[in-house]
Write a protein that binds this ligand. Structure first.
Ligand code: NAD
Length: 444
């Protein structure tokens, strides 16, 4: 099938590459010429595991190309995915849907044969109805609209696009359904996933509800971590016991700094705002509590770090490992790691940060911090090591604690993701602090 993907950011570039991998001829439209140029070299403008390999495979053959001109997409494709951004409005009152609306407004009059527009961006309920009006007003031919929210996880975007858990489509006509079944036929042919077909408003709410539930699960275990800190209980054991229950499950149950990134924070905020606006007071209250717990985590982490430094942050140097909002991506949008780094800086510490993929972005957004070119450079003469993003190089590499031990002033590591394999650290003389569980010392 010939398809376009409008908006080649974290979602769109990954989706375009995955569509090419499935055998479609793909044109990506990206309004930013710099990003478009990089993608046309067969590389991504951001780090996402596995993405460069797909771009390198499909851009040189011409099966996948990128342009800034939506007219080229209209000329080539019969199905157009919309993957533009939906950031939170500056006043926090729901999404700014202008990128999505303007992409559709621009594309629709350019289409001169029957086509399907498939929205993948995360939107508030009612946006599909607005876009349907845009299409009705501007279309010269039959243009169908489908809402197909995306559930991929950053850091696993390629894998999740090729092997999704489910495909959700909100639509209203058999023609739209036929188009969506054709584009996803290579995935559905495997026979192991469900395509859930609903009306558009159900698709809109299902995406918001799923992301908010995930955020609630994270905030729940973080709230339990707070109780563990006050009682001496071990939150990792508590989470394990809880997760054995199939109704609860282990996924998303690791306590730490809370959720971040380009999706969950804005999606929970927008859902909470929408709930409040429509008078769903219980839902709004629940979602507000989820956000309040999340906001509190950086303070819990800063308190743990301060305690590990015997109450004194001022004038101390912290080797700060991690800037990306999670491992597997260079994305620093709403990064809990950077929020914590910033707080420690405000409290008077020198924060020397290293991240294997997000250093460039962290430097751009937080130029006041200090930066290092490796984890060991960050550790040089530091008073303490903080592990703030769960990159394997930080949490499972047994060489890091041994090598860093020779550099630091104090062998003290604070793991604010509860992801560290503590054994090699303890074995090389480190004291290990984690949120919601008792401190471990090498001789204990
Ligand atoms: N990032 C994720 O993992 C993810 C997962 C699921 C859903 N989503 C949703 O997908 C949407 C996109 O998220 P993202 O993280 O990719 O955002 P992003 O900001 O990384 O990407 C959006 C891209 O669209 C481009 N753009 C804006 N207007 C355009 C236009 N008119 N024509 C062409 N390009 C245009 C921007 O330059 C940018 O590169 C959001 O609604 C988000 O909530 C994202």
């Amino acid at each position: 099938m010939r398809v376009s993907v409008i908006g080649c950011g974290h979602l769109g570039a990954s989706h375009a590459a995955a569509m090419a991998e499935l055998g479609h001829e793909v044109i990506g439209v990206e309004i930013d010429p710099g990003k478009c140029d990089i993608l046309n070299t067969g590389k991504s403008w951001f780090y996402e595991a596995g993405l460069d390999a797909l771009l390198a495979r499909h851009v040189p053959t011409g099966r996948l190309r990128f342009t800034t001109d939506p007219a080229e997409a209209a000329a080539l494709a019969d199905l157009h995915f919309i993957a533009t951004g939906t950031p939170l409005r500056e006043d926090g009152r729901g999404y700014d849907a202008s990128q999505v609306i303007s992409a559709v407004e621009t594309l629709v009059p350019l289409i001169d044969r029957p086509a399907t527009i498939v929205g993948k961006s995360t939107v508030t309920v009612g946006t599909v109805a607005t876009l349907q009006n845009v299409i009705t007003a501007g279309a010269r031919v039959g243009v169908e609209l489908v809402w197909n929210p995306e559930f991929l996880r950053e850091g696993h975007a390629v894998q999740d696009s090729l092997f999704p858990d489910r495909i959700l489509v909100g639509l209203t006509s058999p023609t739209a359904r036929a188009a969506i079944e054709e584009v996803y036929a290579p995935i559905m042919a495997r026979g192991d996933i469900e395509m859930v077909v609903t009306d558009p408003q159900t698709a809109e709410v299902a995406k918001a509800a799923a992301n908010s539930f995930l955020a609630a699960k994270i905030s729940y275990i973080n709230a339990v971590a707070e109780i563990c800190d006050l009682t001496g209980a071990n939150v990792d054991d508590v989470a394990h016991v809880m997760g054995i229950d199939k109704r609860i499950g282990h996924a998303g149950m690791r306590p730490g700094l809370g959720y971040g990134g380009g999706c969950l924070p804005k999606d929970v905020a927008a859902f909470a705002y929408a709930a409040e606006e429509m008078g769903a007071a219980a839902a709004a209250g629940l979602l507000d509590a989820v956000q309040a717990v999340n906001r509190s985590r950086q303070h819990a982490a800063a308190a743990l770090i301060t305690a590990a430094l015997h109450g004194e942050l001022h004038g101390r140097t912290i080797a700060f490992l991690g800037g990306a909002f999670k491992a597997g991506t260079s994305d620093v949008r709403d990064s809990p790691a950077l929020r914590l780094a910033d707080l420690l800086y405000q409290l008077g510490a020198t924060v020397r940060l290293f991240d294997p993929e997000a250093l460039h972005n962290a430097r751009r957004t937080h130029p006041h911090l200090a930066f290092a070119d490796s984890a060991l450079d960050a550790a040089h003469e530091a008073d303490l090591v903080v592990v703030a993003t769960e990159w394997p190089a930080f949490v499972t590499d047994p060489k890091l604690p041994a090598d860093a031990a020779e550099r630091v002033k104090n062998r003290t590591v604070v793991d604010v993701r509860n992801a560290l394999d503590a054994g090699p650290w303890l074995a090389t003389g480190w004291t290990v602090h984690q949120l919601g569980r008792p401190t471990r010392t090498p001789d204990a």
